[in-house]
Design a protein around this ligand. Structure first.
Ligand code: 4AD
Ligand code: MG
Length: 464
């Protein structure tokens, strides 16, 4: 079917040229004098195209007057200047063909506003709402901008595996992948499952991060990045955790913690700047209907340097705070959501915060041990409202400290044999980070629940 997207039609001159539009009816209003106004949306932009359909259409009574929200139609006719002040152009229907009627009694998305929690029960229909249309377009633009940023800096995109044989984060929060019959498992004489009968002859899981593989390619190609789905079986039913999420992970050879933080900040600014420039209509919708202030906040962050602070200083500030935390801030423990909130709202006054050099015992085995012997060269970037958006570090490139860090965490270096090998064969300082893509979309749209920034959220005890 030859059709022009509504986004293009709305910026076309009202020259009376014949055009064809196709989409879903948002509303139909019958006017006096035997004609109807139809608001048509095709997902190409937030705004609808006004279609004017008159009783001169042979199917006016039979079809047009049976159109309800959700129905799909194709309309052909001249695009003309609109006398109404809501829009510049309108389509005068010469022919109108119904592709699919929609029963107004059964269709859950009528004219009335419907809450985001109810929409989560309608994953197959919620994309037709303004909120999810706008979110999807912003998400799309951000994904593209991630590639633009890294490609323009000479990073090589690599596809890291989804099926993993080792636990990158060492936290054991992995979904196991197996072809074994769970009702009839082969057992070893000494107990436990005999994985030699499994598909890969070993225990395997869905990846929690592409970092391990990213490091091997960075230590050959220089600068690489991966952008793929990651899976975590952590049982956290919160507004910012998913069991399946997308992560952007660059890895850079010949780079230290400072270099890492500089790239992460430049990337975030590039992403904020891109949506501000290219998604203005959708952002204006979020500003108006979802999160007042979200656009001004993006504008502020797009060009101002991020605040940075040592982890130790952040804990000291929290301890000095005249604020009753549920969890007392203690050096050597991870920052809780309430602490992150205090730091980004009260300490930086609504700005991002780069937190550097965390205690070794709360971070993963691969982070480089600092000279003080108790902190590692780790970096998290916290955003107001979202919390940790980026987690990264300089990697431990020295063999002995790496083995010691594995032993301290009860990890078996044999399970990471290739990773350990890299430290033997021309090891170089290198660093990288991971950015949670959904948290980025949350920050840019102001949507407070992470389930609303991914088409089909996967969460504990829930999906679909
Ligand atoms: O801090 P994390 O666990 O770091 C890593 O996985 C490193 N291997 C990354 C690297 O250095 N290459 O995760 C990175 C980011 C977090 O800062 C957060 O934004 C996001 O991934 N994230 C989640 N997003 C949604 N749901 C979850 N369950 C998430 N867990 C982490
Ligand atoms: Mg982290």
């Amino acid at each position: 079917m030859q059709r022009t997207r509504i986004r293009a039609l709305l910026s076309s001159p009202p020259a009376g040229a014949d055009v064809t539009a196709a989409g879903w009816v948002r509303t139909r209003r019958d006017a006096k004098g035997g004609f109807s106004f139809i608001e048509l949306n095709d997902g190409s932009c937030l705004a609808n195209l006004q279609v004017v359909a008159g009783q001169d259409l042979p199917n006016y009574a039979g079809d047009v007057q049976r159109l309800h929200p959700g129905a799909a139609i194709v309309v052909e006719g001249p695009l003309v200047a609109s006398p109404g002040k809501e829009q510049n152009v309108e389509l005068r229907a010469r022919t109108l063909r119904v592709l699919g009627f929609c029963d107004p009694l059964a269709y859950p998305l009528g004219k009335q506003r419907i809450g985001l929690d109810r929409l989560r029960e309608l994953p197959h229909l919620r994309a037709r709402t303004n909120t999810f249309g706008a979110m999807s377009r912003v998400r799309n633009r951000l994904a593209q901008a991630v590639h633009e940023f890294f490609q323009s800096r000479g990073f090589v995109l690599m596809h890291t595996p989804i099926i993993a044989t080792s636990d990158c984060e060492g936290a054991g929060e992995m979904f196991q992948v197996t072809t074994l019959d769970l009702d009839n498992l082969p057992h070893l004489d000494r107990g436990g499952v005999d994985y030699t009968h499994d598909f890969f002859s070993r225990r395997t899981s869905l990846t929690v991060s592409g970092q391990i593989e990213g490091e091997t390619y960075a230590c050959a190609l220089g600068d690489v990045y991966t952008f793929g789905p990651t899976f975590r079986a952590e049982n956290s039913n919160t507004r910012r955790h998913l069991a399946e999420f997308w992560m952007v992970e660059p890895e850079m050879a010949f780079a230290d913690l400072q270099d890492d933080a500089v790239v992460a900040e430049a990337m975030l600014k590039h992403l904020f700047g891109t949506v501000l420039r290219d998604c203005a209509e959708d952002l204006a919708f979020f500003e108006q209907r979802v999160a007042p202030g979200v656009v001004a906040r993006l504008q502020r962050l797009a060009d101002k340097p991020f605040a940075a602070m040592e982890y130790s200083e952040a804990v000291a500030q929290l301890q000095r705070a005249d604020c009753a935390f549920e969890h007392a801030p203690v050096w050597g423990t991870d920052l809780k959501a309430e602490h992150e909130r205090y730091l980004t709202e009260k300490v930086t006054g609504g700005e991002p915060l780069v937190v550097l050099n965390y205690p070794a015992e709360i971070k993963a085995f691969y982070m480089r041990l600092n000279d003080d012997g108790r902190t590692v060269a780790a970096m998290d970037i916290l955003l107001p409202g979202v919390g940790e958006i980026v987690g990264g570090s300089q990697r431990e490139e020295r063999l002995e400290p790496l083995l010691a860090a594995m032993h301290a965490r009860g990890l078996n270096p044999d399970d990471y044999a290739h990773y350990v090998d890299l430290r033997r064969f021309g090891s170089v300082p290198h660093a990288g980070f991971g950015m949670g893509f959904e948290r980025l979309v949350q920050f840019c749209t102001g949507l407070s629940n992470i389930r609303d920034v991914i088409p089909y959220p996967r969460t504990p005890r829930g999906s679909e």
